[in-house]
Design a protein around this ligand. Sequence first.
Ligand SMILES: [Zn+2]
Length: 260
Amino acid sequence: MNELTKTLLAADEPRPVTVYNANATSSFLLVADHAGNLIPRALGRLGLAAAELQRHIGWDIGIAGLGRWLAEALDATLIQQNYSRLAIDCNRPLEASSSIPAISELTEIPGNAGLTDADKMARADEIFRPYHDRIEAELDRRRQSGHATALVSLHSFTPVFKGVARPWHAAVLYNRDPRLAHSLFQLLSTEDGLVIGENEPYAVSDLTDYTVPVHGERRGLPHVEIEIRQDLITDPAGQTAWAERLARLLPAAYTEMARQ
Ligand SMILES: [Zn+2]
């Protein structure tokens, strides 16, 4: 990017992407599109109260912590996005209306109203593209070095959406390629006391997702999008418990998938 076109992130602000455990040995590559809730200073908190940015509309609560524990437990690389999905949603195509949402659940986002093309381009160039370019570079590097890859996209969902409580503890999502997701679903479903969704409360599609269609499906890599209910991973105890569970079940699901 030409330095002259940088208008959003000042030099002293956090970079959009953090990589944990670079060059780890695991076949699993963990990615977290909604791990952070930072807002570029130039956007003035998008006109929202600070408390709104702590809510689930701002980010995937618990996923940054869970992702790090899971990266440790699997010896896997984690690539995470640090800026809020309200600045730009890194799991939406740039042309989707929900890419820079004017409303999220029931909350209007004043700082996203009436944006110019230049405003939108700055968010894409300085937040969305560096994140996806980093994932692409990692996938290219692994392909060139013969390092097998299964892509694991980590998300969390709110226990109550628009007033309706959700029964699932976690879910696996996919679209065109169910291989790894289905194996993991089978294993999660045998865990004591868990209600597991398969393509609910969300499913992957080309209109509502970017990471799995682009980095998983188009490259033909085995993949799964995992959603965990936020109240289960709000604190470190919940995050480590779920990281341990996934560190146990993901390799088993991968082995099972390879056998089929
Ligand atoms: Zn998410």
